[in-house]
Design a protein around this ligand. Structure first.
Ligand SMILES: [Fe+2]
Length: 300
């Protein structure tokens, strides 16, 4: 299966206005100027018409990721592979596809029970980003072909979930990290997976039987300069946004980043300087350390 990139995320919110404030005044995203549907809030960060869809609801939680197939042939091939594997999926209606601003999509669940969507041709509006706060832009590749960033999800069945994304959906292994957990005998495993773009990982799978706040470990957005990240830290402090970890540099993707709490309760990793990789010359790694420096819990 030829999955190109992470096209969109869908997040349920009891108060979408909190997401609007967080996204536009802390992160530097904008409310999508063109795409609207019902009471949903669509947030844009690059040439794509939107990247985050905030759906009003009864809970604050991550709903699903939308993964973009690499064109109509890849789409047909993907459906054939799902059929051949006997995987249960639901084809979205035309109206649901219009709401998502894609040509077509299917929804299915991974072995950990997490909903995901595979989509064809999410639309671009190419409108320049004019954020309310000073951000020079987000790193998403050529016309967004590296996707909106990455997500890290918890799964109670790491090996099965990895196999689903790698063996069925065609993700590539980038790194396997083991993280020691205080008070636990053995470390938790974390698979970093890439799709068909140079981003180090578009998906990280974290081994954990415990549900995470807001049904996600974190969502990552990458900005274009160190000053963008520095100004973000200022806005975090000025707005009283809860800091989950202070700034640090990750080992495997080299990202300089900090983690803050989103209105859904899961973390946002806001980063700069992530490595981009030519997969033709890459050998997957195994690692044991998350950060070169920093990323201390609770310290801004
Ligand atoms: Fe991350």
């Amino acid at each position: 299966m030829d999955i190109k990139a992470l096209a969109y995320v869908r997040i349920e919110s009891t108060a979408p206005s909190r997401w609007e404030t967080f996204a536009t005044e802390v992160m530097g995203m904008v409310v999508a100027p063109q795409h609207r549907w019902g009471d949903n809030l669509y947030l844009k960060l690059d040439d794509y018409a939107y990247r985050y869809c905030i759906v009003p609801g009864q809970q604050d939680q991550f709903l699903c990721a939308g993964w973009e197939l690499g064109g109509p042939e890849a789409w047909e091939q993907a459906l054939a592979e799902l059929d051949a594997a006997g995987v249960d999926y639901r084809r979205g209606s035309d109206e649901e596809a219009q709401e998502r601003n894609v040509a077509a999509f299917v929804s299915l669940r991974d072995p950990g029970g997490q909903l995901l969507e595979l989509c064809l041709q999410p639309r671009l509006d190419y409108l320049p980003l004019l954020p309310k706060v000073p951000v020079s832009g987000f790193v998403t590749g050529y016309h967004g072909d590296m996707g909106l960033g990455h997500i890290a999800m918890a799964t109670p069945c790491l090996a099965e979930t990895r196999s689903f994304y790698v063996d069925l959906l065609g993700f590539g292994q980038t790194d396997y990290l083991t993280v020691p957990i205080p008070g636990e005998e053995r470390p938790h495993g974390l698979h970093f997976l890439h799709c068909a773009n140079p981003r180090h990982h578009s998906l990280a799978l974290y081994e954990d039987s415990q549900p995470h706040p807001g049904n996600l470990v974190h969502l990552m957005a990458e900005v274009q300069s160190m000053d963008d990240l520095g100004r973000f830290t200022d806005r975090v402090h000025e707005t009283g946004t809860r800091v989950i970890t202070g700034m640090g540099r990750h080992t495997n993707d080299q990202m300089v980043s900090m983690y803050v709490e989103t209105p859904a309760g899961f973390a946002l990793e806001y980063g700069f300087d992530g490595v981009q990789i030519d997969w033709r010359h890459y050998t997957p790694t195994e690692s044991t350390t998350t950060s070169h420096w920093g990323h201390r819990w609770g310290q801004g």
